[in-house]
Design a protein around this ligand. Structure first.
Ligand code: PLP
Length: 360
């Protein structure tokens, strides 16, 4: 009875994760209470938290000289906190904008740093990523920020850009753990969990430890990554339920074969969907440069937007949920994160062909 859910986030979770959470809901491991009813300072939850970190380290391949934090406030809070933690007041910070989320990232830091647009593809409607050879990078910048995958515009960096000695910071909210990642090329990676890592309500920060020695700016303890590290991400009451669900999701991804296997599945799924769009004789179209098309979020348009309503109604009736595009772009968007099985994309592609045959 479960639909294939193409929501951009909160997104579909793996069914085995939901089933395990359901089975453990009333009585976690025989303790007589749910994990969500136990103190975060008790041995049970401390164990859950430590296992989640160990599993995430294994899954993503996080070296020992990187700290891992599990924090509240979503990815948006991290967009602001990177400036407070790593830049001096008014120091330069370079932003490469390849879509909506790059724009929100720079907006968050404007009160704290001299936020510079090193490059932007906005004039092109964010259908591309600015060529790294044209980026205007500043030697005195605290960091260079990119959005690894733009969830709304469907644009993804396929290679890690080289930015010299200034550390590269990246928002990986919608593509972390979707394929192997060389963490050592980044100073800092952050991601809201609600796409590939599990439930909404928790964000992950992966940071090179030596960067935490930077003074940054005056800030409260709760906005200080060093304090969070010292407090093992439990400075205050953490979102234990979300952390637990993320931990189950990490275990599921490892059991399925880890990031190598998801890279294979994600390449297969995105190829199927782009082929269906490109091979539709113009009935459907995706406008992103094929070299940087996202493997996670596929925006597409029908040749006649008067058909949008029928497409959404009929797809929902066929068990294909949440295909409506973001209001900034209109049209459709299929988000096909790790938890979306190949069969889900096959069902979508079949539906799209059938819809085209009836309405083309
Ligand atoms: N960055 C990216 C790439 C996103 O896709 C999103 C949300 O969809 C955000 C940041 C904002 O995340 P949050 O809602 O967790 O603050």
């Amino acid at each position: 009875s479960r639909a294939f859910n193409f929501s951009p986030g909160p997104a579909m979770l793996p069914e085995p994760v939901l089933r395990q959470a359901q089975a453990e809901m009333l009585d976690w491991h025989g303790v007589g209470a749910s994990i969500v009813e136990l103190s975060h300072r008790g041995p049970e939850f401390i164990g859950v938290a430590a296992e989640a970190e160990a599993d995430l380290r294994k899954l993503v391949g996080i070296p020992d000289d990187y700290a891992v934090l599990f924090l509240q406030g979503g990815a948006t809070a991290q967009q602001a906190l990177v400036a407070l933690n790593f830049a001096e007041p008014g120091q330069a910070a370079d932003y490469v904008i390849s879509g909506h989320w790059g724009k929100t990232a720079i907006k968050q830091v404007k009160p704290y740093v001299d936020a510079r647009i090193a490059a932007t593809s906005e004039a092109d409607g964010f259908r591309n990523i600015p060529d790294p050879s044209t980026w205007r990078l500043s030697d005195d910048a605290a960091y260079v920020h990119i959005t690894a995958n733009e969830t709304i515009h469907g644009v993804e960096f396929r290679d890690t850009p080289k930015v010299g000695t200034v550390p590269l910071f990246a928002d990986f909210s919608s593509s972390i753990a979707s394929e192997p990642l060389d963490v050592s090329k980044y100073g800092l990676i952050y991601a809201g969990a609600q796409k590939n890592l599990g439930p909404v309500g928790i964000a992950v920060v992966i940071v090179r430890r030596e960067l935490l020695e930077r003074a940054g700016q005056p800030r409260a303890d709760i906005f200080d990554y060093r304090s969070h590290l010292k407090g093992e991400s439990m400075l205050n009451t953490p979102p234990t339920w979300n952390w637990y669900l993320a931990g189950l999701t990490f275990k599921w991804m490892l059991a399925e074969g880890g990031v190598q296997e998801f890279a294979r599945r994600n390449a297969q799924k995105s190829k199927m969907l782009y082929a269906a769009i490109d091979g539709s004789g113009g009935f459907y179209r995706n406008e992103v440069d094929p070299a940087v098309r996202s493997r996670m979020n596929v925006p597409f348009f029908l040749y006649d937007e008067a058909l949008d309503k029928a497409f959404l109604k009929e797809s929902a009736a066929a068990g294909l949920m949440a295909l409506k595009g973001h209001r900034a772009l209109g049209g459709m968007r299929a988000s096909i994160y790790n938890a979306m099985p190949v069969e889900g994309v096959q069902a979508l592609v079949d539906f799209m062909r059938d819809f085209r045959e009836r309405h083309g």
